[in-house]
Design a binder for this molecule. Sequence first.
Ligand code: PBG
Length: 325
Amino acid sequence: MSDFFRGRRLRRSATIRRMVRETRVSVDALIYPMFVLPGSGGKEPIGSLPGQYRWTVDVLVEECRRLADLGIPAVLLFGIPEEKDARGSEASAAGGAVQRACAALKRALPELCVITDVCLCEYTSHGHCGIVSPDGEVCNDLTLHRLAEVAVSHAQAGADIIAPSDMMDGRVGAIRDALDAADFLNTPIMSYAAKYASAFYGPFREAAGSAPQFGDRRGYQLDPPNRREALRELAADADEGADILMVKPALAYLDIIADARAEFDVPIAAYHVSGEYSMLMAAAERGWLELERAVMEVLVAIKRAGADLILTYHAPDVAAWLARR
Ligand code: PBG
């Protein structure tokens, strides 16, 4: 006889509900993205990302101390350069903001995992993720060499994981070869493998000043309607040696996260991106939804779809909420 009441009996008590939950969000899964400024002594609020800041290195280290105390295992660093140029020179400068932040964090908080975003768009005057030819095309192969230089400069500064976000073809292999040649055989790569040309990056581009000055990123990022193509991109990065595969954004791409989980045996990360954060913050500010419940529901959905790791601007709030549960 079918037992129609079985599920309901278990749902009646909060304690039993907690015991039989299939999916949990734990602080160990969280990676907090942060923007690093040149100079010292300050933090700048980011208008489109309420509650988020651009930090100078000294202030960033203090904030990371607080995050580590909350149990957050990892941060992802984006750099804001002093000056931009056509080849994004500052991206690989030994004295660049990200390189200085890596060194300072490894000194102050050796246990904190420092992940660095490798891309050129924050550093180029044209705002594209690669080297642009005179006719306005992004040149894939010329870009690979620059990305490898940036990755090695991050590893030299102490980065624990390298995260290329540019979506050029062959960049995971090029970065792996360059890291190995520079003796960083043990530095893992977390690749932004299935990265869609998404409207949800809007607030990030304000935060990083990285909106393209002409054209868009559709030539190198995935087209949102495509699902099989994401599997091809994931497979290419896996073959080239990516240690962790990332899907981005998260909420509108839960099917892609589930596909990635089913197909590959490496850890899967999902980036709950700037626009997803801003949407929830804006609605909560207006009193239209309860922030904590809505954020936890979204993050548990990302885990349920199959992500092991979640990159999210909500990480400090989530860590505090989890600590008092
Ligand atoms: C750089 C990069 C972007 C994001 C992460 N790395 C922007 C883009 O591709 O335009 C977006 C992150 C976010 O929206 O939170 N290539």
